[in-house]
Each structure stands twice: as C-alpha cells, then as structure tokens.
Write a protein that binds this ligand. Structure first.
Ligand code: SF4
Length: 347
C-alpha cells in the first residue's frame, strides 16, 4: 500500500483498540466487514486480516503460538512461516455447477479440490473443560500495530514503517520483494502473503477511513458494542482509560515483546457449577492460569477490578468503568472517529 507519509520506526501518536471478551459473541461481523472492504483482490482469497477464534483453541493459522517470532533479550527472532495448509481457507466451490449448470436441485454446493483441514475458527465452540463446566470464549485478532513491530525490524528492504500521526504499521508494496521475513518475525502471524503478487500484506488500520474521522470497519460494524477505538495519548479516550487508568484491558501475549496496541478485557465466564447444581462462587469456570497464558500476570487484577465495579453497581452505586463497558452511547466508543462513512464521497 504505497502512500506518501512519514517513514520512521516510531510514532508521535498511537491508535489503540480494546475488545471486551465478555461482549464478543463470535458473530464474525468484524471479520466480514474487513474482508469485503480490503481483501477482494486476486491472491487475497485466503486473507482474513481480522479473525475471531474460539479459545481455548489452536488459532489461526493453526498453532501460531508455537511458531516463534517477536523479541528475545531485545533481539528480533525469526520464527517460522505457516504453511498454506496451516492457514487454510481460500477454498474453491462448485459455483458454476450449482448456479449455471442447469441441474436444478440435483446438485448442492460443496468445495472442490484439496480436502480442507483447517481454516479461520475451524475449531469453533469446542473449547475445553468437562460438562457441566465446559467453557469457551471468542478472541478477535488483527495486526496489533505494535509499538515495537517485529515485522518492521525484520524487513531488510525498509518497506515497512509506522505512521507518525497514528502509529499504524504500513508497508510500501513497491519496496517489498516478497522475502516474508516480516511474517516470520511477527509472533502473532498476522501478516499474509499474496502468492500471486509476491508481496506481504496485512491490516492497514483502515487508515483511509481514519483520515476522514471514520472508525475502522471492524470497530464500526460490531453489533455487540464490544470494541473501543481511539488515541492512546488522549487521556479522555475510553481506550486510554480502559488500558491505563482502570488497567482492565490487557495485551495478548505481552511476553512476545512487541508492545501490541490491541487490548482485551478478559472474560469473567459463567459461574462454575457444583455437583449438586449449585453455583460455586469461589472457583472461576475459566481457569485464571489459562487466561494468564494469553494475557499475562495482570489478569487476576483486571478481573478483580471488573467484579468490584459490577458489585458496586448491583448495590446501586455509580461506576464510570461499568458505564463505559455498557456503552450506552454507541458513538462514544470511537470518538472522535465517529463520522458516518455514508456522508463521504470516497475516491
Ligand atoms: Fe508487525 Fe505482527 Fe505487530 Fe502487526 S502484530 S505490527 S504484523 S509484529
């Protein structure tokens, strides 16, 4: 995506996103909003820059958390590239036969070619645990527009840069030679390769929308009011308050060392049931130890803060944190990027 802007490994301002995993319903509206807007060109059929996967689960690409990348002792690590099979998706279907074959209802839609073995959210709703205390939740993921982007560090072509005005990580495709070192170094495996055009591609933070004060498509389309978006350096923005003031929103895999700017409010989960069917109030159904493997050691503190705010409002008290999480006024979730995209003459 070539566009004239400042090229430097640093940003004066930084946009951020917060996903409330207690509100995400796994509907994939964010994934589809991104897909139809940005990845319809040739070679991007298997690209899902935003994905929502069931946790616990193997993720997308499959087992990406074991592929390496990120930083160790301040040094960027190469990691490995996922195979095309580990990505999955981008399948062909017998559309011609069904739609134009003249065979009426004697044919039905099915994939053609190689048998699929993986894809985005392949292990949907499997989760973990035993009945009646089985559990799962959804985890939306996209490029984290990291403060220390391993992808950028690894690119020998200087094709990648962080925009000064908002910290979005972009690449100049005219400089990309398709080495895929960015993909190897990204520990989140949120870089996709376009095999037809021989360039790497990833979420562009909907920067043309931001330049028109319109929130990213994934944020604006979320029907669950589960995503906040704004400038981290604006102390009044909900993202800043959720991350810095109340410290309830946490980065995914902080140990990777890239300082991601996508944050998550961990799931409280339903109450655990005792053998007699009564509620177990002392042990959470989703193990804290599991959540810590995803969001680091501050999970317990975050959940305690959330529970305290809930208890306070149950007793009739006021909580700005709870009001923010409920999001009574939808557009407050992404101010000042609250302009209606339908008002704009897009070029
Ligand atoms: Fe780069 Fe990966 Fe971080 Fe995105 S998530 S900025 S691709 S290291």
């Amino acid at each position: 995506m070539a566009r004239e802007t400042t090229r430097k490994n640093g940003a004066e301002h930084q946009v951020a996103m917060v996903f409330d995993l207690n509100k995400c319903i796994g509907c994939q509206t964010c994934s589809v909003a991104c897909k139809v807007l940005w990845t319809r060109e040739e070679g991007t059929d298997y690209h899902w820059w935003c994905t929502v996967n069931t946790q616990p689960g193997r993720g997308h690409p499959r087992d990406y958390e074991a592929m390496g990348g990120g930083y160790r002792d301040g040094v960027v690590q190469p990691g490995r590239r996922p195979t095309r099979q580990e990505w999955g998706g981008g399948w062909d279907f017998n559309y011609d036969e069904v739609l134009y074959g003249g065979k009426g209802q004697s044919v039905f839609l099915h994939h053609v070619g190689e048998e699929p073995h993986w894809g985005p959210n392949w292990d949907e709703d499997q989760g973990a645990g035993e009945y009646p205390n089985a559990y799962y939740f959804y985890l939306p993921r996209l490029c984290n527009h990291c403060t220390k982007p391993a992808c950028l560090e690894a690119c020998p072509r200087g094709a990648m840069y962080k925009r000064e005005q908002d910290g979005i990580v972009l690449r100049d495709e005219s400089r990309c030679r398709g080495y895929q070192f960015c993909l190897e170094a990204c520990p989140y495996k949120k870089v996709y390769f376009n095999f037809l055009r021989n360039v790497s591609q990833q979420c562009i933070g909907c920067f043309p929308r931001l330049e028109q004060s319109v929130a990213p498509a994934c944020v604006r389309q979320c029907p669950g009011r589960a995503i906040w978006f704004g400038m981290m350096d604006d102390e009044e923005s909900p993202v800043s308050k959720l991350v810095r003031k109340w410290q309830v929103a946490l980065p995914l895999h902080p140990e990777y060392g890239t300082e991601p700017n996508i944050f998550y409010i961990p799931p409280i989960g339903p109450a655990r049931l005792n053998d007699d069917g009564s509620f177990n109030e002392t042990t959470p159904r989703i193990p804290i130890e599991y959540l810590e493997t995803l969001f680091g050691p501050k999970v317990g503190t975050s959940l305690d803060t959330l529970q305290a705010a809930m208890a306070k409002t149950r007793e009739g008290g006021k909580s700005e944190l709870m009001d923010t999480l409920i999001a009574y006024h939808w557009k407050d979730m992404f101010k000042p990027f609250d302009r209606d995209p339908a008002e704009i003459q897009w070029k």
